[in-house]
Design a protein around this ligand. Structure first.
Ligand SMILES: [Zn+2]
Length: 411
């Protein structure tokens, strides 16, 4: 009995309420004298006021009266954008385990360090223990923690005998046992159905897995296709880690929606292939800082990856911002912004990756991604203008989600 009780508390309890309702913060909040970027496709508003009421944007413009009792956020020539998305994160570091039980103050500090102090109000977890992400999500939406909206894939699917070498080196054996490596399309479909039943919102496939340094094992196409079909039947997006040409081709043939990385073994990823990806409406999360940080900073390795991103962008491909934090323990975003600039993207291209592109991809453009009356009050307050220097996107003074201040830098 005691054993069953303990098993429930540790194993099953985190799965209760996988899709908690969100709560908008009551009351009024205002930012005055700001430069507002309503969207990457609209002119900025100078010297403007933005007013939030009950979790939504109530007014924005030059002559907006602020009601008595509204909370004023510090501005002094600040810049305001819609809340950022990070379309590639993980909650796999040890410090997230037992997220159902950890003190709120501990988890708040961790969420702040990794996400909210960087401006992220929505994140896409593409590979974590569902017990962790569902616990965090329930406690965030229940008002116990200050954190972003979380979409999660739960565990990714790997090719048979295809656990990447860097995970084999990093994770304990019992976690490796739990990682799904379906060997038939039927098995793959069942794993995806189970993941969705337990609370997953997106699918993550390793269509190309680095089983050894420099050696990629592609996922059999029939397995990838079966997995994506189940995700799509549930109106969920499929993400894939492609690694090389073979892994990219499997992703394309299976109907994957988003490449969670630029392919970093670029042989054969030419302009014609990138154009086909654009025609298929496939999106890409470059994760350029991650490659430089965890593989090598050598130009011979990085430049061809930058060239892929530059060409894909030039062809009109949809890029989403993501950094692979959680796998990467350096959470700073500056280097990703400067790497994107080195690929030829300007500040509004980057703002699109951070806001409107992911909101459109996830079908929530009516709620998120722009500053407009009636939209959810997901905001980032910056010290300086990203149009002057794209790394200013990292100079976050405050982050607001659903009208609630989830991060305020100490003055
Ligand atoms: Zn990752």
């Amino acid at each position: 009995m005691l054993f069953l009780g303990a098993a429930y508390l540790l194993v099953l309890r985190p799965f209760r309420q996988p899709h908690p309702p969100v709560h908008l913060a009551p009351g009024s909040l205002a930012i005055q004298g700001a430069k507002l970027y309503p969207s990457p496709d609209a002119a900025p508003l100078e010297g403007a006021t933005l007013l939030v009421r009950d979790g939504r944007i109530a007014a924005l413009g030059p002559d907006v009266p602020v009601p008595d009792g509204a909370r004023l956020l510090p501005c002094h020539g600040c810049v305001v954008t819609a809340g950022y998305w990070n379309a590639h994160v993980h909650f796999t570091e040890d410090k997230w385990s037992f997220a159902d039980w950890k003190p709120a103050a501990t988890l708040d500090a961790q969420l702040q360090d990794m996400l909210t102090s960087r401006g992220f109000t929505t994140v896409v977890d593409v590979g974590s223990d569902l017990r962790v992400t569902l616990s965090l999500r329930r406690r965030i939406e229940g008002g116990e923690l200050l954190g972003p909206a979380i979409y999660t894939s739960g565990s990714g699917l790997y090719p048979p005998n295809g656990i990447p070498y860097y995970l084999r080196e990093q994770l304990p054996f019992f976690l490796l046992w739990l990682m799904p490596q379906p060997s038939t399309p039927q098995q793959a479909a069942r794993v995806v159905e189970e993941n969705i039943e337990r609370g997953a919102d997106v699918l993550k496939l390793f269509t190309g897995a680095y089983v050894a340094r420099g050696r990629v094992l592609p996922m059999p196409e029939a397995i990838a296709t079966a997995a994506v079909a189940v995700a799509h039947a549930h109106h969920q997006l499929a993400f894939s880690h492609p690694s090389d040409l073979a892994g990219t081709l499997v992703a394309m043939q299976a109907g994957v929606d988003v490449l969670a990385h630029a392919p970093d073994s670029p042989q054969g990823i030419d302009r014609a292939l990138l154009d086909t990806m654009v025609q298929q409406h496939m999106a890409m999360v470059p994760t350029l800082k991650m490659f430089a940080t965890t593989v090598t900073t050598k130009a011979a390795y990085l430049q061809p990856i930058y060239e892929e991103v530059r060409t894909f962008h030039g062809l009109g491909g949809q890029l989403l911002f993501g950094t692979d934090v959680g796998y990467m323990t350096d959470y700073r975003t500056e280097e990703e912004f400067s790497a994107l600039a080195a690929c030829g993207l300007n500040a509004m291209d980057v703002l699109r990756m951070l806001t409107t592109a992911p909101a459109a991809r996830f079908g929530v453009s009516q709620e998120k991604g722009t500053l407009a009356v009636g939209r959810l009050a997901d905001l980032v307050v910056l010290d300086a203008d990203p149009s002057q220097d794209v790394t200013n996107f990292a100079r976050v003074r405050a982050t607001v989600r659903l009208g609630r201040v989830v991060y305020l830098r100490p003055e």
